[in-house]
Write a protein that binds this ligand. Sequence first.
Ligand SMILES: Cc1cc2nc3c(=O)[nH]c(=O)nc-3n(C[C@H](O)[C@H](O)[C@H](O)COP(=O)(O)OP(=O)(O)OC[C@H]3O[C@@H](n4cnc5c(N)ncnc54)[C@H](O)[C@@H]3O)c2cc1C
Length: 405
Amino acid sequence: MDLAFTPEEQAFREEVRSWVHTHLPPDIAHKVHNALELTREDHQRWAKILGAKGWLGFGWPKEFGGPGWTAIQKHLFEEECALACAPRVIPFGPVMVAPVIMAFGTPEQQQRFLPGIASGEVWWSQGYSEPGSGSDLASVKTRAELVTSGQGDKYIVNGQKTWTTMGQYGEWIFCLVRTSNEGKPQTGISFLLIDMKSPGVTVRPIIMLDGGHEVNEVFFDNVEVPAENLIGEENKGWTYAKHLLSHERTNIADVNRSKRELERLKQIAKREGVWEDNRFRDEIAKLEVDVVALEMMVLRVLSAEKSGKNSLDIAGLLKIRGSEIQQRYSELMMLAAGPFALPLIREAMEAGWQGDAAAGALGGFPGGEVGNAPLASQYFNLRKTTIYGGSNEVQRNIVSQVVLG
Ligand SMILES: Cc1cc2nc3c(=O)[nH]c(=O)nc-3n(C[C@H](O)[C@H](O)[C@H](O)COP(=O)(O)OP(=O)(O)OC[C@H]3O[C@@H](n4cnc5c(N)ncnc54)[C@H](O)[C@@H]3O)c2cc1C
């Protein structure tokens, strides 16, 4: 196993670094650096800049308009973007549904949907989970019935999805729908692409612990979907869904963001004086060991791919360790800032917020660093990481099945 980068890979890293530094808007980098809230416009501005360069679909092969990078090049690209404080690419389009369309879609579907994803023009959402169907995803009940009419075949969709991340911005949603109740639950699921502007689609917000509007419920009431929006074969959607989930879980590990946030944690600890406390530094050191171990695990997977060996099937393991690390650095940031991290002030998530009298009355920031203000929001927000993309308990079950049989 060779974990060192070649001179060509180092040169590639330099090229990406210099391009990102030139093209990443400073106001967006400032928000990411300080864990401030990004708007839809922020996300899409960066997505379109990447799209114009041909890098939004950074994992795509050349035949579909991607850069055709190796696994190592993709890793270096993501690392450089994270270190420069670029926003994460919103994965639903380029990282999740696009590989499914490439692998299982028709040439017409590929021509119709991939360009809008690659350019960052079209915002996609993920419609998998339903009330009562999260870990037990195969039990989805949203029903799609095929009807034949003079204007062509179409599905009539009825049901509800939930926890739909950024569904308030979604223009299209890829959904798991039930097309049959015969046999095992997995065999009656289909994969359908639905235009969220269709009559009968309603999006309602779910407000999270941090007060933010990040997730939604999506209702389908007799929504008409042209039959040509079905991916692959009817009742084979479970196969396509699993293909997509392995991409999601590797993506959630996000070791590059953890490396950046580890450095931010050290800055906060120094600023707040707890860096002098040996016990606190021990905690940071333990976290650093975990981050390095996760990075080694990612590099081992990449090295195995590069040498053509079977890569370890450890997407679930990466997800478990990555999400736990994200929660741990947010806990240590809270501890470092002490009482100044406690108030949860939504306005503090906006760039330029300098604290105000009302915050003082709430026990807020007089005497505290304004930079501490978003810490509570971030802490609450990251509780989600051990749940979404398949909860860590369920991931442990999957990993133990793979390892122990
Ligand atoms: C912030 C956030 C964003 C999300 N975004 C999306 C999205 O965009 N699109 C989408 O489709 N979904 C999304 N999800 C949904 C997510 O995938 C589910 O929440 C997740 O799969 C867990 O399902 P559940 O919430 O129904 O919990 P449940 O399945 O009801 O689980 C409840 C608890 O029981 C445990 N549990 C369940 N089964 C087992 C088992 N067999 N063994 C051991 N423990 C078990 C779980 O670990 C969990 O602790 C999001 C979730 C969150 C929190």
